[in-house]
Design a protein around this ligand. Sequence first.
Ligand code: SAH
Length: 413
Amino acid sequence: MRQDKARTGKQWGKSEIPAGSRIKADGQKKGQKSPCPVAERCGGCQWIGLEYQEQLKEKEKRVRKLLAPYCSLEGILGMEEPLYYRNKVHAVFGEDRKHQPISGIYEERTHRIVPVDSCRIENRQADAIIATIRELLPSFKIRPYNEDTGYGLLRHVLIRVGQVSGEIMVVLVLASPVLPSKNNFVKALLKRHPEITTIVINVNGRGTSRVLGEREQVIYGRGYIEDSLCGKTFRISPKSFYQVNPVQTEVLYGKAMEYAALTGKETVVDAYCGTGTIGIIASDRAGQVIGVELNADAVRDARNNAKANGVKNIRFYQNDAGRFLLEMEAQGAHVDVVLMDPPRSGSSVEFLAAVVRMAPQRVVYISCNPETLARDLQYLTGKGYKAQRAAAVDMFPFTEHVETVVGLHRKDM
Ligand code: SAH
């Protein structure tokens, strides 16, 4: 299924994927049957037809080439078991021609629903729960919502799974707030899936392409789940940002910490910090950590996460990372290490210029887009920094996306 828009999107033109006349645009060899029956209509797994080792080689080659002017690549860290890795699963609900409920994905670039029972990259428990909900609907007389007529109730189901904790959250996205026979529906769902730890109703009455609306009602459990990452605990609410491949997130953060080489004394900036995960993980090994993030909800989650982990040496600020760094500079603040994890568009010249002027000893750049990473490395390496080490991490097997982490240090150090 499609990746979260915030972290992914096109990185390489389809015509370039992967080079070689025997391979079609989706990585499928000619005459070969796809392992996924809806691959083409979904469009989420661009490389579904490529062997996993081939995917890794291709990603490594591309990152190596983009980084070549600045740094050599240590290699790509892939998954041992690259299937069923997504901890966040979304299904849209609708009806077929016979008015039977169906659930699945929107066909690429349309609002037509492609029925899906199981997906090779989604958590399997989540897929099974979605199938159960679909089966339960008729006996509870709950109709899926119809976007054209505006009739019906259930629009989407969103499931989030705690990889380590085993906690599972089910979010039922409804067009209006009342779920008939709510208690019996919850009972029936829990009977089939006692592993569910919380169920939330989210009301989305608007004609919008966003999955979640504003209003929420917790109908079972705590309304959120918790999961742990690198030994710290994080709260995941229906709307919180959380990396969708927790196994590889630990690998990525592990590399970032290795490159940061903290000794316990440093002042660290965690820029583009999201819900604070990287900064909180770094806090044990730093003197103090300052997190900055534009999204106010994420900053609130970051503060709660710090509190829940008893972290006392971290502060979070809601601001544009570039503007914030300028303010720090104006106040004469000293920074030893900058950890940065910008969105796909990369960082801003304002931010990078402030980094250069503040001259931290080390910069660790985590990137979900090697092209903007290369652009930003050109800037930093032209202004006193040397890119010393780099590794690619495969966070999204079967898709064309790849994460990269680069460790830079000041040349005069
Ligand atoms: N480091 C986090 C999140 C990285 S995603 C993690 O690993 O979980 C990139 C983050 O950058 C998003 O949370 C986004 O809201 C934030 N962001 C985007 N533009 C920004 C800006 N100009 N200043 C600060 N944060 C920004």
